[in-house]
Design a protein around this ligand. Structure first.
Ligand SMILES: *[C@@H]1O[C@H](CO)[C@@H](O)[C@H](O)[C@H]1NC(C)=O
Ligand SMILES: *[C@@H]1O[C@H](CO)[C@@H](O)[C@H](O)[C@H]1NC(C)=O
Ligand SMILES: *[C@@H]1O[C@H](CO)[C@@H](O)[C@H](O)[C@H]1NC(C)=O
Ligand SMILES: *[C@@H]1O[C@H](CO)[C@@H](O)[C@H](O)[C@H]1NC(C)=O
Ligand SMILES: *[C@@H]1O[C@H](CO)[C@@H](O)[C@H](O)[C@H]1NC(C)=O
Ligand SMILES: *[C@@H]1O[C@H](CO)[C@@H](O)[C@H](O)[C@H]1NC(C)=O
Ligand SMILES: *[C@@H]1O[C@H](CO)[C@@H](O)[C@H](O)[C@H]1NC(C)=O
Length: 790
């Protein structure tokens, strides 16, 4: 991370030495500049623009023209296709024009002149660099060979191209192109080599009449015909602002934008102002402008585009997909899982689920359309079809889409809801917890693991280390300057807020929202698969820093395969965040109440996992932790659909003094034990109660409370289950579930356990330990087919 930031800084920060000017005015034949760390550029007479080498990184330079008086020395033109040249390269004004050579004298680029008579060259105050004859005829000028930027007084003739750069800091040619074609049409293309008209995503439709594109002195950009009549205005708002620098640029995201910058001599204030965008852009919304059957669109393949608040397009991977190039979101995404097999002998339908994205579409990726259909039909059809990567449903129509997905867009106008197929098990993207811990801080981790594995030493060491850490926390004076800390007793890392902000790309991708705060997806380190879940705690209660860190450390000390592992935390000013391992399959609620149902055996596995996790929290871990909010939303599933409990310990952490006797109600309605409402002592039995409800939901694959149940008696699951159990008709509960129906003995036992857990009197409920012990025998025979008990 640090090296990446450093790298970015190196590129962003203008390097002072190389930009100082040496020469002003006319340049005679033979003049040259060398790419090195000394000052090497040619200035315009008033010093507005400079031509020369810009250092772009260690030993790499760009031959360019830039605004000399603007703090960030914005580049407006570059030679050599924007490619960097090595240190020691040289540009020389020869009789044949400008020639750029590498340190060994090999020609890299030249301003090929077809005519003779070159007398001098000059950098002009308009930003144009000219090669002229003795009679002042321009033989070559940079305005006629634009890269991605045009400036006031610049005119583009037919046949001139403006090519966007590759990325914000990479000046090499990217894939977007702006051309005033020889046929008179001014067109934006999303490919550097347009083949057909349909590759265009914007055009003035001025075939036969368009003649010249003009950026006039007062800041208007417009297309004229042969007689100078304006055919089309590109910048709609008049920018008659004197005292401003201006530029218009086809940016790397494919949008043509115009910018202004105050022309004040006071460099500290003009730096603060920076470039501001003139309101209209071309096209206004690039996400919805891409209507092409080929090519990568505004974003790359398998991604979708949204227009951000800043009117800039943002590219996102579809769920289940990750960036091909983690440094460039516009390069598209790849599937993170093994695609569905088309081998008919092993249908994998149950191994896939659909993730919903509202208002999302990939136009032009269709291979099948069906109408009129229901959404359920559409879901089933896509799941059953190995070619279907995404189905888009809208207006009673089901479109099946194939890989790669083109021109993805999320926009209210997209016309449908995308159902994206993802593999729910055996995904290549398994939980990253352990792998990531190995990468990071490996020595400390190994020491930690060795210590932890030796239970004899554990307690002593914990005491000692906690004391040391406590001391180090006390003695630090600045939180911002402290190095990354690792709590050796718990393997936990202390993160800086900024670090997490970067890891989550500014808290962009929300994974979920709970009573304690919002969870975001993040990536740690340079490997783009080191996913983590970052929880931003919503409430900041009165507890002191010391208490907070003590509680967090207690959570970090828990270590069980059915608990989501806490990797670290951030406690900086107002910011309190927890960093957890990432669970690729989301929460149990998505699978239990969604359209795709988990198999009976998976559900049993999950029930067992949750019971074991809770049993550990209540009895085995060093501090007995009451969860207080057990519910499907807090049970996460890893890559192999194993259950992991999340959010444990937070009730204590965020609502101190509320564990034993309390009047405050915590948790979620529907899963709450009666004692919460009765001013009774709160014990681990509240979790047992919630577990009972969860278990019944797992058995029946439905919510405890379902207003739209078929029969009134079925609205409240608990009541219905109890009635069925009392009447001896448990079989009814497994209806429509073949596997459960053929395993009635265990269905009955689980129902009994569930009802046992939800008794009014906490004393009559079992504890979690007892449940796991009782289930041991029951679960041994998991894969045996048991005769239905009728
Ligand atoms: C540059 O040369 C041209 C032609 O010789 C001349 O007209 C012009 O004044 C010169 N400019 C400067 C700044 O010397
Ligand atoms: C570079 O520019 C600075 C500031 O104008 C000047 O002091 C220095 O002598 C220049 N160095 C060279 C090698 O021209
Ligand atoms: C330069 O001249 C050559 C031959 O005279 C011609 O083929 C080429 O198109 C010319 N190039 C330009 C840019 O005018
Ligand atoms: C810029 O992007 C091009 C195209 O991917 C690549 O070849 C080149 O190495 C990049 N340049 C830099 C300086 O990263
Ligand atoms: C620039 O173009 C606009 C729109 O045609 C016009 O109103 C304005 O007078 C022009 N300015 C100059 C300096 O030519
Ligand atoms: C330049 O800006 C600074 C800070 O904004 C201000 O104090 C100073 O007076 C300004 N100087 C001029 C010449 O405007
Ligand atoms: C996961 O998939 C791979 C390849 O498709 C297969 O070899 C492996 O047995 C699968 N693992 C499980 C647990 O299903």
């Amino acid at each position: 991370m640090a090296s990446v930031i450093l790298g970015i800084l190196l590129v962003l920060v203008p390097l002072p030495l190389s930009t100082e000017a040496q020469t002003r005015g006319n340049l005679t034949l033979g003049s040259s500049l060398t790419a090195n760390d000394r000052n090497s550029s040619w200035l315009s007479p008033l010093g507005e623009f400079a031509f020369g080498f810009r250092r772009m990184g260690r030993g790499a330079h760009l031959l360019a023209i830039w605004f000399e008086k603007i703090e960030d020395k914005t580049i407006v033109w570059s030679a050599n296709g924007g490619d960097l040249v090595p240190e020691g390269s040289k540009v020389q004004l020869t009789a044949d024009g400008l020639v750029l050579t590498d340190p060994r004298g090999r020609e890299l680029w030249s301003s090929s002149l077809n005519v003779t008579g070159l007398a001098y060259a000059a950098m002009l105050d308009t930003g144009n660099f000219i090669l002229a004859s003795a009679s002042h005829v321009n033989l070559w000028d940079s305005f006629s060979h634009p890269t991605d930027t045009i400036l006031p007084t610049q005119q583009l003739d037919q046949g001139t191209k403006v090519n966007a750069r590759y990325s914000e800091m990479n000046y090499s040619a990217g894939r977007f192109l702006f051309i005033l074609q020889n046929d008179g049409n001014l067109v934006l293309y999303a490919t550097p080599t347009p083949l057909v008209v349909s590759d265009a995503y914007w055009a003035t439709n001025t075939v036969g009449i368009g003649f010249q594109l003009i950026f006039n002195q007062s800041g208007q950009v417009y297309l004229t015909d042969r007689n100078g009549i304006i055919l089309s205005t590109i910048s709609e708002d008049p920018v008659l602002i004197s005292g401003h620098y201006q530029r218009a640029i086809l940016e790397y995201d494919g949008v043509f934008r115009q910018y202004i910058h105050p022309r004040t001599a006071n460099s500290s204030s003009n730096r603060a102002m920076g470039w501001s965008m003139v309101s209209s852009t071309v096209p206004p919304n690039i996400c919805t402008s891409m209507r092409r059957h080929t090519g990568t669109g505004a974003c790359g393949f398998n991604s979708y585009c949204t227009l951000g608040d800043n009117q800039r397009p943002q590219c996102h991977c579809a769920p289940g997909y990750t960036l091909l190039d983690s440094t460039n979101a516009m390069n598209g995404c790849r599937q993170d899982f093994v695609p569905q097999s088309c081998d008919g002998s092993r249908p994998e339908k149950d191994q896939f689920a659909l993730r919903d994205r509202p208002n999302t579409n990939w136009p032009y990726s269709d291979y099948e359309v069906s109408k009129p259909k229901t959404e359920d039909w559409c879901r089933e059809a896509c799941l059953a079809d190995c070619f279907c990567a995404v189905a888009v449903f809208g207006d009673e129509t089901c479109w099946k889409k194939k890989i790669p997905l083109l021109n993805g867009v999320m926009d209210p106008s997209a016309g449908g809801k995308a159902l994206i197929k993802v593999r729910i098990e055996n995904s290549t993207l398994t939980s990253t917890g352990s792998g990531q811990k190995k990468n990071k801080n490996s020595t400390l981790m190994i020491i930690g693991s060795v210590l932890l594995s030796s239970y004899v030493f554990l307690n002593l060491l914990l005491l000692l280390i906690s004391y040391l850490i406590y001391k180090s926390f006390r003695s630090r004076d600045s939180k911002f300057s402290r190095p990354v800390q690792i709590n050796q007793a718990t393997h936990m890392r202390t993160f800086h807020y900024q670090e997490l902000q970067e890891a989550t790309d500014g808290f962009k991708e929300e994974l979920g929202r709970g009573s304690f705060g919002t969870v975001y997806k993040g990536v740690l380190g340079s490997k783009d698969t080191n996913f983590v879940a970052v929880k931003m705690l919503a409430t900041r209660t009165g507890e002191s820093e010391k208490e907070f860190e003590r509680e967090v450390n207690a959570i970090g000390q828990t270590n069980h395969k059915n608990l989501v592992q806490l990797l670290g935390f951030c406690n900086e000013g107002q910011h309190r965040l927890l960093v957890y391992e990432f669970m690729s399959n989301g929460s149990l609620a998505d699978f239990l109440f969604g359209s795709s149902r988990l198999s009976w055996y998976k559900r049993i596995e999950i029930a067992r996992g949750v019971a074991q996790g809770l049993s550990y929290l209540h009895d085995d871990c060093t501090r007995h932790i009451i969860h207080c909010d057990v519910k499907p939303q807090n049970i996460l599933l890893d890559g192999s659909l194993a259950a992991k409990i999340s959010d444990f310990g937070l009730a204590k952490l965020l609502m101190a003094n509320q564990t034993q006797t309390t009047t405050g109600v915590r948790g979620t309605r529907g899963y709450l034990a009666p004692e919460w409402f009765r001013n009774m002592p709160i014990s681990g039995k509240v979790d047992v109660y919630s577990f009972g409800i969860l278990l019944l939901e797992l058995i029946c694959c439905r919510k405890n409370y379902e207003r739209e149940a078929e029969m009134e008696a079925q609205i409240v699951l608990v009541d219905w289950v109890y009635d069925c159990y009392r009447d001896g008709s448990v079989l009814v509960l497994g209806e429509g579930d073949e596997e459960a129906s053929s395993d009635m003995r265990r269905v009955r036992r689980f129902v009994m356990t569930g009802l046992w857990c939800i008794q009014e009197d906490p004393a009559l409920r079992p504890n979690m330990n007892k449940i796991t012990r009782c289930w041991k025998e029951l679960l041994k025979s998991q894969y045996l087919q048991i005769q239905p008990v009728l």
